[in-house]
Write a protein that binds this ligand. Structure first.
Ligand SMILES: Nc1nc2c(ncn2[C@@H]2O[C@H](COP(=O)(O)OP(=O)(O)O)[C@@H](O)[C@H]2O)c(=O)[nH]1
Ligand SMILES: [Mg+2]
Length: 387
């Protein structure tokens, strides 16, 4: 891993500066590197940071080219957009097979709208992890539409259900506005394996494509390989990563914030260790991260992003509630929609603890993350399967 990097030692700050050995689009500004390295090293003395002996010597900043330019070349937008449409459709394939195809069957049965039809519909919705509450809401909304529009045939219900689902999901469509603060701090939280680190890599790419500068903070100090995983994403994106050998999440993210501010970075993406909401001491660690950053910037973190694995189905709802109670969740990322038939959980979230779904993940590649667009999601779900 580290063989990819040229290491530079700054003896005064005792901070390791590393930059990708690959040719980057422009030459690093060494003055800014050194300025930042001293910023990083001095924050170890901050009262907000728990004192640790090796603190200063154990800080690492993996520097990428410092240009203010995106390190990643953008794709041509049109093919990219097309491929996203294909990706989301493919990504929702399993949910569509479960939900969409069963609905298709039901609606193409040629029957009349009657109680039996509503009952069948209820069963289909529940098996797609829509949840009881959202299911009831959808059925009520559907009954109303059927009445208002004087629908009688089962086939006419398809569009009505689609509209009902869209109405339920639209309030969750609230794109994240990162231009309110510089640096804009996004802290990612969630259970182990939800996709936090991968999402950070994808988000770094996403924001770079918009011409924004990004810094990553390796706040998962529990899992052995977590830091290396983040550094690898940094290398792929050509962005810098702040790490520590023996730090805790609060110390790493605190120092990363100082570095980001010193360098005028637009967005700081802070990784954290996975935890279950029942692990109270770990939830307390996240609250500490918040408190420590707030000493530097009272408004930060500007976004607490809860990353949810869509495979967990109804359990995702439990996670939203628990993390929100403990931390104040401001946005959600729903990952791995590509591998699950449980995409209906999105409706359950909308009903039980609505929080904006900022992004959805439909694969492991850099481009497999996009802002949540309710109509796009519903369309992909109701799309007829390709012949
Ligand atoms: N198929 C698929 N896999 C994903 C997605 N997001 C993350 N993963 C995979 O999920 C696994 C765990 O991800 P990771 O980011 O390490 O989770 P973390 O523990 O929350 O940081 C990795 O193998 C990722 O490649 C997604 O949207 N789709
Ligand atoms: Mg991780």
């Amino acid at each position: 891993m580290f063989g990819f990097f040229k290491k530079k030692l700054d003896p005064a700050a005792r901070t390791v500066l590393t930059e990708p050995s690959e040719p980057t689009p422009s030459v690093p500004d060494m003055a800014s590197l050194h300025q930042t390295s001293s910023t990083v090293s001095t924050t170890g003395d901050s009262p907000a940071t728990p004192p640790r002996q090796e603190n200063a010597s154990s800080q690492h900043v993996h520097f990428a080219a410092e240009t203010g330019q995106p390190g990643f070349q953008t794709d041509d937008m049109n093919p990219h957009e097309q491929s996203w449409a294909a990706r989301i459709k493919r990504g929702l394939q399993r949910t569509r097979e479960q939900l969409g195809q069963q609905l298709g069957h039901l609606f193409s049965s040629g029957g009349k709208i009657d109680e039996a039809l509503y009952e069948e519909l209820e069963t289909i919705l529940l098996t797609s992890d829509v949840g009881i509450s959202a299911c009831n809401t959808l059925l009520e909304s559907l009954r109303l539409r059927v009445k208002q529009q004087h629908l009688t045939e089962a086939g006419q219900m398809r569009a009505a259900l689609r509209d009902a689902l869209l109405e339920l999901l639209i309030p969750l469509e609230a794109p994240l506005n990162v231009s309110t603060h510089t640096p804009f701090v996004i802290m990612l939280a969630g259970v182990n394996g939800a996709g936090k680190t991968t999402t950070i890599g994808k988000l770094a790419h996403y924001y770079q494509q918009q011409g924004k500068t990004v810094l990553l903070a390796a706040g998962d100090t529990f899992r052995a390989a977590a830091k290396e995983q983040l550094v690898a994403w940094g290398e792929r994106n050509g962005v810098s990563v702040v790490t520590q050998e023996h730090g805790d999440a609060a110390a790493v993210i605190h120092d990363a914030y100082s570095a980001a501010r010193a360098r005028g970075i637009d967005i700081l993406l802070a990784d954290t260790a996975g935890r279950l909401p029942t692990q109270l001491h770990l939830m307390e660690e996240l609250r500490k991260v918040k408190r420590v950053i707030q000493k530097l910037e009272p408004q930060a973190p500007h976004e607490v992003l809860l990353v949810l694995d869509a495979n967990t189905g109804q359990n995702a709802v439990t996670q939203v509630t628990a993390f929100d109670d403990a931390l104040g969740v401001t946005g959600l990322v729903l990952t791995k929609l590509d591998g699950t038939a449980k995409g209906g959980v999105i409706a359950a979230i909308a009903k039980s603890r609505p929080r904006p779904i900022r992004f959805i993940g439909v694969g492991e590649q850099m481009n497999d993350l996009r802002p949540f667009v309710a109509a796009e999601f519903v369309n992909a779900l109701f799309e007829e399967p390709a012949a």
